[in-house]
Design a protein around this ligand. Sequence first.
Ligand SMILES: O=C(O)C1=N[C@H](C(=O)O)C[C@H](O)C1
Length: 298
Amino acid sequence: MPHQQQNPATPDFSGFWVALVTPFRDGAVDHTALSALVRRLASEGVTGFVPCGSTGEAAALDEAEQLAVLDTVLAAAGGLPVVMGISGYHLGKATAWARKLSERPIAGLLVAAPHYVRPSQAGLLEWFRAIADASSVPVLVYDIPYRTGVTITRETMLALAAHPRIRGIKDCGGDMGKTRAVIADGRLQVLTGEDHQIFGIMAEGGAGAIAASGNVQTPRFVRLVRLLAENRLAEARAEWQPLQPLVEMLFAEPNPGPLKALLAYKGEMADELRSPMTRASDGLRERLVALDARLSRP
Ligand SMILES: O=C(O)C1=N[C@H](C(=O)O)C[C@H](O)C1
């Protein structure tokens, strides 16, 4: 497999990354659909790919399935970088997994705080440092307290920035004070992980986004992030305004249900999720299809 286009000495995670859905068909991962999705997104100008995040229903995939998803994405990515998601709450398993994943030609690991166990800040430092020590590729901290149940404080985040392999955050932290402090500190690249905050966080100096919404209307998201990176705020605002209702609808029911409903309507995959995640309602699907059609008109 080709190595990712990242300079290991100065990895750069700026740009627009897509948090990939994992297509299923008749209960199994649909690798044909996944490969076609990645090739389309690459041709539409995304920076890179993030498989096995929350959007990718990683919690419902066993290790062999996650590795197979990663290999399909690497093979279809055409040399674009791939950052693999890791979550869990067993430190020994997480470090072993990080070691194994970093044998693959990936650009980085996206590591969430341990969920359910609610450790102290000292425990969080141990978690992220141990995984970064085990990894041979850069690590992005996935800050998402509403899913993990644990808040990474500003002080903890800045302490993590001292680790040579921790290079950025996927910010769903919901604390603009912390986001601003990390941007001002300058050691970690801040990628928003909240699709509705792409404009705001990049306008404040964020380096980019990792977003589920970009699985659809991809060229619009790619243009938006490019304009923001170039500080062309008025043009970026004009690009952002029509995307706002799309983002709202895509998250009106649990992600990735709405996204898969729209991708299925477009013929890119089956409208199938693994329980307990469920398909979007018919009403939301109809509204999404209508909005997507409007956004797709030249
Ligand atoms: O899978 C991800 O990574 C993302 N997850 C967020 C979520 O559903 O919590 C949304 C974001 O767009 C990407």
